[in-house]
Ligand binder design. Structure first.
Ligand code: COA
Length: 186
């Protein structure tokens, strides 16, 4: 028996295209993360601000009827950004300055990657991730994810992400996180 062809299309979209579908994209995000629906209102201004950042890139998976099934985006990280400063603080505690700089000087922050539960487990997350990173010109990529095991962990390890920081607590979130990274290109 041969595998049936995938129905979803993966395409890169512009910031204004995401803006037009922001409600749908955030609904996908809260569904995938299993967050309360009110999270949408907190996240909307954050996602809009991210779109303005240098080298922002977004890829989406579109279903049969052009509905959003998956999304991934990120941008070039820089000093002064909240996530950058949090990671720097954590890394400085466990790594020599040369290691801190090797990760934080020229990186793409993979900010979001989500696939609707009904479409998970068919390789869509990996394809979104690879397509997103294909167009990145930074020398490495960094991300944070709650400590595993999870589908996200399995995916990041499969694509070659290594530990940068483990069991780290970001300000305001009690969950332990891992910061993972890998050199580019994939
Ligand atoms: C993390 C997430 C994006 C991964 O998406 P996904 O589409 O399920 O993941 P993958 O692309 O890695 O799917 C791979 C699985 O599909 C299977 N698969 C089937 N066909 C495949 C193909 N052609 N290519 C690759 N994998 C395929 C693999 O065997 C693998 O199965 P396994 O996980 O049991 O080993 C998704 O699970 C998600 O949205 N989770 C909730 C939100 C989240 O945690 N986001 C990350 C925050 S940091």
């Amino acid at each position: 028996m041969t595998a049936s062809p995938r129905l979803e299309r993966i395409v890169e979209i512009t910031a204004s295209e995401l803006n037009e579908r922001l409600g749908e994209a955030l609904a996908l995000y809260v569904t995938a993360m299993n967050y309360p629906p009110a999270t949408v209102e907190q996240r909307a201004p954050m996602w809009l601000a991210h779109m303005m950042r240098e080298d922002w890139r977004c890829v989406v998976a579109l279903g049969e009827h052009d509905e959003l099934v998956g999304i991934g985006y990120g941008y070039r990280g820089a000093a002064g950004q909240w996530w950058h400063e949090q990671v720097r603080r954590g890394l400085m505690q466990v790594s020599p300055p040369a290691v801190v700089d090797s990760w934080l000087t020229d990186y793409f922050e993979l900010t979001e990657l989500h696939v609707l539960p009904r479409a998970q487990g068919r390789g869509l997350g990996e394809e979104l991730l690879r397509r997103l990173l294909e167009g990145v010109r930074s020398s490495c990529v960094l991300l944070s994810t709650p400590e595993g095991p999870s589908k996200a962990w399995k995916l990041y390890r499969r694509v070659g992400f290594e530990d940068v920081l483990r069991h780290y607590q970001f300000t305001g979130d009690p969950r332990p996180f891992a910061v993972l990274g890998r050199k580019l290109p994939v």
